[in-house]
Design a protein around this ligand. Structure first.
Ligand code: ATP
Length: 223
């Protein structure tokens, strides 16, 4: 299996002396095409640090982070930015939708930012796949929490990244909706051959995942 996202002996330290915190302690991680991976751990264990480093949003103190075999920290800030825009999709806790745009306009914006014409057919296919057909003209505050997260999933996939990083994507949902969102993430990873990495503290969700990493006090191990 070729890794889409790889962390190789990554350390992340904050502060120094008596304020030193080792947020990631020699972390090695791999996610492959078509793999749905969970990263679980308690509060303060290093999950957010892991995600931001995997996304190239902050630099590791040492070690290597590779996206599609390219080492992120050896690229210029501009290269990192455009690579991240093309290759990484984000799904955040309370869905990172633009409050003043309709569902359809969220997708038009994605194409605008990529200097492309709106791909209406592709958009409509995603709406159908995620059971959102009737919501195209709705604003985020008119959607349920589950619908918002389904739009966020569709929008992340619409840009066709190779990896999707999901930060507690079910945090605002009840159990039934959480399981639905996680099942959809699993299905999309498999069907579209994307690496989807989900950070969560909810261990009920991991039965839908292909592999599970646990992080405690910055130490990560594959279960
Ligand atoms: N910018 C920073 N400066 C100093 N310490 C930091 C910084 N960011 C994170 N830390 C520390 O690193 C450790 C890991 O934090 P992190 O936010 O990654 O945990 P987490 O697992 O995401 O927690 P939660 O589930 O509560 O969001 C914590 O001890 C935290 O206080």
């Amino acid at each position: 299996m070729t890794a889409v996202l790889e962390l190789d002996h990554v350390f992340k330290k904050f502060g120094q002396g008596h304020t030193l915190v080792t947020a990631l302690n020699d972390v090695t991680f791999q996610a492959a095409r078509g793999e749905f991976v969970a990263v679980i751990g308690p509060s303060g264990s290093g999950k957010s640090t892991f995600l931001t480093i995997a996304a190239g949003l902050q630099q590791a103190t040492s070690g290597r982070v590779l996206l599609n075999g390219q080492q992120l920290d050896q690229q210029s800030e501009n290269q990192r930015l455009s690579y991240r825009f093309q290759q990484v999709g984000f799904i955040l806790q309370s869905s990172n939708l633009m409050p003043f745009l309709t569902v359809q306009e969220q997708f038009i914006l994605v194409d605008k930012l990529a200097h492309r014409a709106f791909r209406k057919e592709r958009y409509e296919q995603f709406l159908t796949d995620l059971d959102l057909d009737h919501l195209s003209a709705s604003f985020p505050n008119q959607l349920s929490g589950g619908e918002r997260q389904r739009v966020a999933i569709a929008r992340a996939l619409y840009n066709d990244p190779s990896v999707i990083l999901a930060d507690e994507p079910t945090a605002s949902l009840d159990t039934e909706r959480s399981l639905d969102v996680v099942q959809r993430l699993a299905d999309e990873a498999h069907k579209r051959q994307k690496a989807i990495v989900m950070v969560t503290h909810d261990t009920r969700l991991i039965k839908k995942c292909d592999s599970v990493y646990e992080i405690i006090d910055g130490n990560m191990q594959k279960n």
